[in-house]
Design a protein around this ligand. Sequence first.
Ligand code: HEM
Length: 195
Amino acid sequence: MLSDKLKEETQNNHQLLEKVLVGQLKAIRTPHEYVNLLKTFYSYFGGLEKRINEVIDTRLLPDNVERRKTQAIANDIANLGGEVSLMASADDLPAINTHLEALGALYVIEGSTLGGKIISKMMQQQLGADKGMTFFAGYGDKTGQMWDTFKDALNGQPQNTEQEAVVIAAANQTFLKFGEWFDKTNQRVPIDLAS
Ligand code: HEM
């Protein structure tokens, strides 16, 4: 099944991204730093969502309107008194020109609700509050169920292994480009050893 192949074939890139992210998460101590993390998600997921909406055939994803959208991140940022950042543009995003490529990117976005549970728990512990955490809360108690429904929809769509390969390549690119976006938007100021 495509969902099993996706899990297996994107596992390395998931782990790489998770490593980058956990390092960033551990360093967060203030709401301001947390807002900066949200901005990185907003700009990347927002850019992706825009491209996905342009090419996806929503008839094949009937519950798409009920699914978590980038707007949830904007709401969390506003709740914490921050302002949204500009969205990532084509150069910083994977190529999403077809319905199948959009599915690959959507797999990454929807799957992030699973890790989101862990992220929101970490942030609540480190910040001592749960303000601005609706995005990482995903679908709450329904997260597992929503994930299963998404996988069912996904599995019914590609017609052959070539088409499956397109979805898998797009998912891998989506993970890789997100890692690059993290590096680009979270530049550390170098320590000045001379002073
Ligand atoms: C601290 C960061 C993260 C942690 C600790 C984490 C952890 C996890 C865990 C434990 C699962 C498996 C859950 C289950 O099977 O019930 C999972 C699945 C997944 N995560 Fe993450 N995750 C993180 C960040 C992300 C991010 C940022 C994305 C996407 C941008 C992402 C995409 C996915 C996807 C697509 C799956 C589904 C894998 C499958 O096909 O079963 N994760 N994650």
